[in-house]
Design a protein around this ligand. Structure first.
Ligand code: ZN
Ligand code: ZN
Length: 468
């Protein structure tokens, strides 16, 4: 605590009793009795003029500590309080709520039963700043603190002597100014031996509420430890509509646990809509069940107009924490198709095209005409990945397009288009000599021009196998 330097001692001993130096102001200087410093007990000079606060001065060669502001503040506070308490019958103290920052205060009567007040009364090896006495016995102690709080030893010894105590901060505001402290007001104490920490009613209620909330949080957390839902797999579907709009959906396969046991599996979309749900305790079977339900929904979508595309962007994959993909994430997972406004259909863009396989078909018509058709399986690549596979004729017509990698089912579907076309020729009466698909090696010349196997028999008017 910083003590203002202007504080000077103002309590003196006159005729063996302590009094404020102002009591000498009423007397002419020559009529004033000798006054002594209560600390060094030397004769002092009263300074009780009209301008400065009344105080006293030591002789110039004095080394008394009372000349220091800290000591002066301590003495002034102590003697002032003692004087006030001598004429009082009870001492109230103010206590601040310990519950938080509400700042609530209460006042309680701390002591009410004393018949004398002593300063620096000797109590064994202790000398409390102010002692309240009854019948010559110390019943309570008041410690006035300036720079150091009361030591633990002193507190312990007061406790052993069964003397309740309070500790308060020395302050000129207690004894100076327009409204100095009086026993009608509560004493602003720091600490007390007999006052347990006090918490106001509203803070007690708030603490109780907080405890209830915390307990509920604990119960909830405990419940969630054993009853939870955990995402196991996820997939992503892009839908391209004939209107030219595109839409992405992410689906999560989630296992539901109750009391640490799997009780169901469901699939939800990113907005939380559940699109498939199955109950049971065998997760693997439930996975199959909900996936089939999702597949059926996709089939419904695929059955829409031909210009629509349903593209499984990412098939079911194990869900790993931190690998999150979201429907809006078209940066990392760009849409695979672009709208070809001229053609009125969706196309996968490609930057590279390669012939994968070739099929040569000779068609022999009943009128002796023949025609050769060539079919190519072409793969188109976009940034190194196969974007689509298609069937193209030697004339450059595209007969069918399959999105994605060239897989076995894709190959079958493309081949079926060729077979259907050849079956139509056959039904129309043509002799169809279809060669097997063969892998196309880049740079291989197409040596098929002279490999015709049938010749037109002019006499028989039929196609005959060419002789060697
Ligand atoms: Zn002195
Ligand atoms: Zn409070």
């Amino acid at each position: 605590m910083l003590v203002p330097p202007h504080i000077r001692p103002s309590w003196v001993v006159v005729h063996g009793a302590c009094c404020h130096v102002s009591t000498l102001a009423a007397l002419a200087p020559a009529a004033r009795p000798p006054a002594y410093c209560p600390l060094c007990e030397e004769l002092i000079t009263p300074k009780v003029g009209a301008i400065r606060t009344h105080h006293y001065a030591h002789r110039p060669d004095s080394r008394c500590a009372a000349a220091h502001p800290e000591t002066a503040l301590h003495l002034n506070t102590k003697f002032y309080l003692a004087q006030q308490l001598r004429s009082a019958s009870s001492l109230r103290v103010a206590q601040t709520c310990a519950g938080g920052r509400c700042g609530a205060r209460r006042e309680i009567v701390w002591q009410a039963d004393w018949d004398d007040v002593a300063v620096e009364f000797t109590l064994g090896s202790l000398r409390p700043d102010i002692a309240l006495l009854k019948g010559g016995r110390v019943v309570a102690a008041i410690e006035v603190v300036v720079t150091h709080a009361m030591g633990d030893d002193k507190k312990r010894m007061l406790g052993e002597a069964a003397v309740p105590w309070v500790e308060l901060e020395a302050s000129a505001a207690l004894y100076e100014g327009d409204a100095p402290w009086t026993p009608a007001q509560p004493l602003p104490v720091w600490r007390s031996s007999t006052l347990p920490p006090w918490t106001c009613d509203s803070c007690v209620a708030a603490q109780r509420q907080a405890a209830l909330r915390e307990a509920q949080i604990q119960r909830d957390a405990e419940y969630r430890r054993h009853n939870y839902e955990t995402t196991r797999e996820a997939m992503m579907v892009d839908s391209y509509f004939c209107s030219g709009k595109k839409y992405r959906e992410v689906a999560y396969l989630v296992e539901r646990y109750r009391r640490d046991t799997c009780v169901g599996v469901f699939v939800r979309t990113e907005d939380g809509t559940v699109i498939a749900d199955a109950s049971g305790d065998t997760p693997e079977a439930l996975h199959t069940q909900v996936k089939a339900a999702v597949e059926a929904k996709l089939d419904q979508l695929r059955a829409r107009p031909a210009t629509d595309v349903v593209h499984v962007r990412i098939a079911w994959r194990r869900w790993e924490k931190g690998r999150k993909f979201v429907a809006k994430d078209t940066g990392r997972f760009p849409f695979s198709y672009t709208w070809d406004a001229a053609a009125g259909r969706w196309r996968r863009p490609y930057d590279e095209e390669a012939v994968h396989a070739i099929k040569v078909v000779d068609l022999y018509f009943s009128a002796g005409e023949k025609r050769r058709e060539i079919f190519y399986v072409v793969q188109r690549y976009w940034q190194g990945l196969c974007a689509e596979a298609l069937i193209r004729t030697g004339q450059g017509d595209i007969l069918a397009v399959e999105p994605g990698e060239l897989t076995e089912p894709t190959r079958d579907r493309l081949n079926r288009v060729v077979r259907d076309r050849l079956a139509a020729h056959h039904r129309a009466g043509a002799l169809v000599d279809a060669w097997a698909w063969r892998r196309w090696e880049p740079g291989t010349p197409l040596l098929v021009a002279d490999e015709e196997r049938y010749v037109w028999g002019v006499a028989t008017r039929t196609w005959e196998l060419a002789s060697e």
